[in-house]
Design a protein around this ligand. Structure first.
Ligand SMILES: Cc1cc2nc3c(=O)[nH]c(=O)nc-3n(C[C@H](O)[C@H](O)[C@H](O)COP(=O)(O)OP(=O)(O)OC[C@H]3O[C@@H](n4cnc5c(N)ncnc54)[C@H](O)[C@@H]3O)c2cc1C
Length: 396
């Protein structure tokens, strides 16, 4: 029986709730040590058992309100869970979408859609792991995407292609962004895009195909093709043409949660580095006695502590309902940099052994590199801060 989410009514303060959550997550993760992840990495396989345990324990439904079967704890608690998973050397990339992708349905879906989907997403009987936004030709320039959804009676016909649709082979539902009004018929590029929640199992029989992409780390990411796929009109979330705004409104949550994973990674790397620096004796003394070894680890630690404050602050403000574009983006930028600096220091500390599979460093190093690029690249965050926070001209 997996360790489960503590009953927070029985705990006396929010701080204690967070501590209890961390302990419970850490205990669950103890069942999934390095060998488990190494084996999956070698075979590029999905961590089915790990995701099942997290789901059954209630950790993936903390953002779903209680009335729909979740625990309604908020982004701070969700960040704590993801951070701790990474702090323990595990990887939440296989399942973090199950936590937050449903936010679009929660904020913009009809009552009927919420009642239909959210309880099943909460109990894991419906997996909402696939988020189809990025396309091969448009990349970061989302509003140039080419996948179309054309209304035909009571259905939409979907045509086009997505890339980097992670976990598509392990999902029952996909949140899809597609163009419903041609670019030359809208005033702004951000208009005319719509969001759909489609049943993938059904769609696979009718025009949806999935092709896995081999990547430098085990990420279950894919290309997805839509060939005259017909979906019912009630798969549309919210109003037609407003989809870009709906997707944007979920991105701050995603950035905070990924940033929390980076903080967990940074802590894991730093634990590994300090232990090894103390244990490894070369020239008759611990390598950690050399400032050349100590300082990069200490600096990475200081960077992580600063980034951690930004992540916690962004999460707290998000839970208070504040507008947090600056905080969420800054948290993601600094946390991704902090985990990468900690990863670099760790490989250097381990020397040759940093490259050997059995120490897990090289695997975590490959995994940590992603967050300079996805879900939003460092460059685009800097552009956001330059333009929207500092008032400089748009650079692209
Ligand atoms: C493993 C993995 C999993 C992913 N999972 C998903 C997913 O589940 N769903 C999904 O929709 N997407 C997913 N993505 C896509 C991810 O969000 C994009 O890769 C990312 O947003 C960058 O887009 P791109 O790869 O098309 O790069 P491009 O847009 O082609 O950009 C290439 C480089 O140029 C830089 N660049 C581009 N324009 C500018 C500019 N104006 N100023 C400065 N620099 C610029 C970028 O920062 C980047 O470094 C995933 C990607 C990866 C690698």
């Amino acid at each position: 029986m997996p360790e489960s989410l503590p009953n927070h009514e029985a705990i006396d303060s929010p701080e204690n709730t967070i501590t209890e959550i961390k302990l419970a997550v850490a205990k669950l993760c103890q069942e999934y040590k390095g060998e488990y992840w190494r084996e999956l990495d070698r075979k590029q396989k999905y961590p089915t058992e790990f995701v099942r345990d997290l789901t059954e324990s209630g950790f993936l439904s903390v953002l779903i309100p209680e009335k729909y079967g979740g625990s309604g704890l908020g982004i701070f608690a969700a960040s704590t869970i993801l951070e701790e998973i990474h702090h323990q050397g595990c990887n939440a990339a296989a399942c973090h979408a199950q936590m937050y992708t449903m936010g679009t349905v929660l904020r913009h879906g009809s009552d009927e859609q919420k009642k239909k989907y959210l309880p099943k997403i909460a109990d894991g009987s419906l997996r909402l792991q696939a988020f189809g936004v990025t396309e091969p030709t448009s990349g970061t320039d989302t509003t140039s995407l080419r996948t179309t959804a054309t209304k035909d009676g009571s259905e939409y016909i979907i045509n086009g292609q997505k890339i980097w649709t992670s976990r598509a082979e392990h999902s029952d539902l996909m949140l899809l962004l597609a163009r419903t009004t041609q670019l030359n018929k809208v005033n702004k590029k951000t208009e005319g895009l719509s969001v759909f929640l489609l049943n993938m199992q059904d769609a696979k029989k009718k025009g949806l195909s999935i092709k896995p992409i081999k990547t430098m780390m085990n990420h279950s990411t894919t290309e997805v093709f839509f060939d005259n796929l017909r979906i019912p009109e009630d798969n549309l979330i919210g109003e037609e043409g407003k989809g870009f705004r709906y997707i944007l409104s979920g991105m701050n949550a995603e950035r905070i949660l990924i940033a929390a994973e980076c903080i967990g990674d940074a802590k894991w790397f730093t634990n590994k580095s300090t232990t090894y620096a103390n244990d490894r004796h070369i020239f008759g003394r611990p390598i950690g006695k050399n400032q050349g070894i100590q300082f990069p680890i200490a600096k990475a630690y200081a960077n992580m502590k600063a980034a951690e404050l930004m992540v916690y602050n962004a999460a707290k403000l998000y839970d208070e309902g504040k507008s947090i574009g600056e905080e969420a983006n800054t948290a993601k930028l600094l946390a991704a940099d902090a985990s990468w600096a900690a990863a670099e220091a760790c490989v250097q500390t381990y020397g040759g052994f940093g490259f050997a599979e059995e120490y897990d460093i090289e695997r975590k190093y490959r995994e940590a590199r992603l967050y300079q690029v996805a879900p939003i690249s460092t460059n685009l965050i800097l552009s956001y801060l330059a333009e929207h926070v500092l008032g400089m001209p748009r650079s692209y």
